[in-house]
Write a protein that binds this ligand. Structure first.
Ligand code: ARG
Length: 466
């Protein structure tokens, strides 16, 4: 009969189907590297505490190094009928060093072990996803940079609202992703607490130097309470939240690009390489990758809500329900990784149809400029709003716009209108009239662009240094 880590207690072998159902090796093999890393540090800590002889510790560390190398070189090595990745690594160790390998789990439980594995994993992966996010931000920043002074309409309620710079549109999406990047910083900080020494629930009875172990594994602190630590997966929930919100943002980018590249808008042209055709309609060029990103946002949100539901109402201490964290985590990670790469590729290869965006940025969406003009001549804004509303009604009835009004016609509405009204009521004048730093004023946008460019540069430097 196969020996499990806990077989001694049982007179009967486990039911094969039920064992398969509760076993996690099929997916937690993804924690392999972190599991070995954690065990290497644990061997050193046991030796320092006088629990392992120096000789045993050296042999075990060498074997663990070899196991790690073998698994890195050949991922198919990480396989077998083991219950989980922890059992796999221990079996490999015992196969190499015999008796000494059986001492590895002294003072440790899979409860604090899986926690350290997961924390190491989340910290690595969050950093990696931040790199992916910066790829999208950098594509947005490049489009913003190359769109220069090109104008487009901005929409509220998906109705033309006011003219903006195309750059302002791209940078708006970049800002949302920059918040996601900060959210992943927070996730890494939350995962940054070393749980070994918690044992199964009550702590370890060996004099483990937990601070030294934390430093050795790159953690800045040690968890505060073993009972809390062995059941704490808040950092997983935070990771899933950061992924879900990132996907919400990517889905909004996707939706904007889908709409604005449609025949009806024609503002952007998507590259052939990132679109797909129809099996029936020869003329079609479909934004499938963007639609998939939009669809996958539902999946990421589901992973978060599903995980919160699994955690809710658990009794304190470790419960096997917690094993559900892994598939949620891995799936959310894969979803963000794939989606960010697709969105970055679509953005960097799209072209802006400036003539179309600019044409759509004029017309009645300049109504606010007319009202502001009257305000600058002393009229109260509410009265100006009402008067311009009447002008708009007239213009709509005769299918005209502000630009077609003669001076005499302007003055029929109000004698506050002077010759300069024509120059003030243009899309270009509208963006230039904006005065606040977060506005679409070209100087403000140029500053925002250089701010983001510097941020990307610093982030890259930090990453290279770290
Ligand atoms: N596969 C388990 C998990 O992912 C590892 C911890 C098992 N601990 C236990 N007491 N059964 O949560």
């Amino acid at each position: 009969m196969t020996k499990h880590l806990w077989s001694g207690r049982f007179a009967e072998a486990p039911d094969a189907d039920v064992f398969g159902f509760q076993s996690s090796f099929a997916f937690d093999r993804r924690l392999f590297e972190d599991d070995v890393t954690g065990s290497l540090a644990w061997v050193e800590a046991l030796a320092a505490a006088g629990v392992l002889s120096a000789e045993d510790a050296t042999a075990m560390a060498a074997a663990l190094d070899e196991i790690l190398e073998t698994g890195r070189r050949d991922p198919t090595f990480v396989a077998g009928t083991d219950e989980d990745v922890h059992a796999f690594v221990e079996r490999q160790l015992v196969a190499r060093v015999g008796e000494a390998g059986k001492r590895l789990h002294t003072g440790r439980s899979r409860n604090d072990q899986v926690s350290v594995d997961l924390r190491l994993y989340v910290r690595r992966v969050a950093l990696d996803l931040q790199g992916q996010l910066r790829g999208v931000i950098s594509a947005l920043v490049e489009q913003a940079g190359s769109s220069g002074g090109t104008l487009m309409p901005a929409y509220t309620h998906l109705r033309r609202a006011q003219p903006i710079l195309v750059a302002h549109f791209f940078l708006a999406h970049a800002e949302a992703l920059r918040r996601d990047d900060a959210r992943f910083d927070h996730v890494r900080d939350e995962a940054d607490a070393m749980p070994l020494g918690s044992g199964a629930i009550a702590g370890s009875s060996y004099a483990i130097d937990t601070a030294g172990l934390a430093a050795r594994l790159g953690f800045s602190r040690v968890v505060a309470n073993s009972l809390d630590a062995t059941a704490d997966r808040d950092f997983v929930a935070s990771f899933l939240h950061a992924c879900a919100l990132t996907m919400v943002h990517l889905s909004r980018i996707a939706e904007d690009l889908i709409i604005f590249s449609s025949e009806e808008f024609g503002f952007f042209e998507l590259a052939d390489a990132v679109t797909t055709g129809s099996s029936l309609m020869p003329q079609k060029k479909n934004p499938d990758p963007l639609e998939l990103v939009r669809g996958k946002s539902g999946r990421a949100i589901g992973r978060l809500t599903g995980w919160l539901a699994s955690m809710k109402g658990l009794p304190s201490g470790y419960n096997k329900d917690l094993q559900e964290d892994k598939e949620a985590l891995f799936d959310a990670e894969d979803t963000v990784r794939g989606s960010a790469a697709a969105v970055a590729a679509v953005i960097s290869s799209l072209s802006v149809a400036g003539a179309r965006t600019q044409a759509a940025a004029s017309g009645l969406l300049l109504a606010t400029e007319v009202a502001d003009y009257l305000v600058s001549r002393g009229m109260a804004f509410r009265d100006a709003h009402a008067l311009v509303g009447r002008i708009v009604r007239d213009l709509l009835a005769s299918d005209r716009d502000f630009e077609s009004l003669s001076m005499a016609e302007w003055r029929v509405f109000s004698d506050l209108f002077e010759e300069d009204v024509a120059a003030r009521v243009t899309a270009r004048a509208a963006v230039e009239a904006r005065q606040t730093p977060q506005s679409t004023n070209p100087t403000a946008v140029a500053e925002a662009l250089s701010g983001l460019t510097a941020w990307l540069r610093d982030a890259r430097a930090d990453r290279d240094a770290g």
